[in-house]
Design a protein around this ligand. Structure first.
Ligand code: BG6
Length: 312
């Protein structure tokens, strides 16, 4: 069977290990050194390393790796809502659930499979989830690591039955940076944003690039699909490419807020920046049988690459 053979190929390059809480995590390795770890807890990316073995994602030294709290760091998926929207579970329940490995994943298109290792995870609602969000869905998350170290996440949410539903979404992505005051984000200039620190009031970005000098919590609206995060000190640039996700959330808790989070070190805000590809302003609607796909591709390149190459 062609389909099963393809699945076997990708699985051959992955390994499953237990973390210190006994929760399975999938390790993806690319032949030239890059690697990634995906925990079944939350379907969360807990590590992404380059060919030199250097970590590229921030995880707090105080992160708690077990339910009911989401892991502070890496990349988690906020679904079925971003923020709390009146629900007790901030950023949705998907990041607090145990996912399973999908043994019947959708085929990998040929242009997506070259030199990539891949794992497919699946989340279906439990009885408990249905009590707080009464919709039948299947959420499939594919994580792919390319030979050049590029990391791709593809989320597919399907309404499998019953009534239409709406959801908002984000890939909550904690980038590891050398010094927050040396970082700039390109691709958000001139955009409107909602400022979560000012009751979601709408403003227009005036700067040439976004820099962070105090607490920031903004939803940039209808952004271009490529965003660059330049880390001057390390001379490297994170390139984020998104599809199906119109917004970008930028968050850094800065000094005061950091001290109020139990799973975050007082000084750790200096080494992290969340830049989340998201769908917040306009929720996604799925009728029965419909499926939505949201994709994020992350790549790290030397900062000497000029931004024109990314078609910002
Ligand atoms: C950001 C939000 O993306 O995540 C912030 O914009 C929020 O408002 C932050 O505080 C962290 O959320 P949490 O639930 O992971 O502590």
């Amino acid at each position: 069977m062609g389909h099963s053979a393809a699945v076997w190929d990708y699985r051959a390059a992955i390994e499953i290990a237990k973390d210190w809480n006994g929760i399975d995590q999938v390790v993806l390795r690319s032949p030239h050194g890059p690697s990634a770890k995906v925990s079944l807890y939350g379907g969360q990316i807990t590590s992404w390393r380059n060919e030199k073995g250097e970590e590229l994602l921030f995880t707090s030294s105080k992160a708690i790796f077990k339910p009911p709290k989401a892991i502070r760091g890496g990349i988690s998926t906020c679904f079925p809502q971003f923020g709390n929207c009146g629900s007790p579970e901030q950023h949705g329940f998907a990041r607090n659930k145990l996912w399973i490995i999908d043994d019947n994943p959708p085929p990998v298109p040929p242009n997506d499979s070259d030199g990539k290792t891949c794992v497919d995870l699946l989340l279906k609602p439990s009885e408990e989830d249905l009590k707080c969000w009464p919709y039948s869905f299947e959420y499939r998350l594919r994580v792919m690591l390319a030979a050049d170290g590029g990391l791709t996440l593809i989320s597919r949410v399907r309404n499998i039955n019953g009534k239409p539903f709406n959801f908002s979404f984000a890939y909550h992505t904690y980038l590891l940076v050398s010094d927050i005051s040396e970082v700039r984000i390109e691709g958000l200039e001139t955009l409107d944003y909602l400022d979560n620190l000012r009751q979601r009031e709408r403003f227009t970005e005036q700067g040439d690039a976004v820099t962070i000098e105090s607490e920031m919590d903004r939803v940039y609206l209808r952004s271009p699909n490529v965003i660059a995060v330049l880390d001057h000190e390390r001379k490297r640039t994170f390139v984020l490419r998104k599809e199906g996700l119109s917004d970008v959330v930028v968050w850094n808790p800065w000094e005061k807020r950091s001290k109020s989070m139990v799973d975050f070190g007082d000084e750790e805000y200096k080494q992290m920046l969340c830049v989340d590809a998201a769908a917040v302003e306009k929720p996604i609607t799925l009728k029965p049988g419909e499926e939505w796909t949201g994709r994020l591709q992350l790549l790290v390149v030397p900062s000497s690459f000029c931004s024109e190459q990314f078609e910002l």
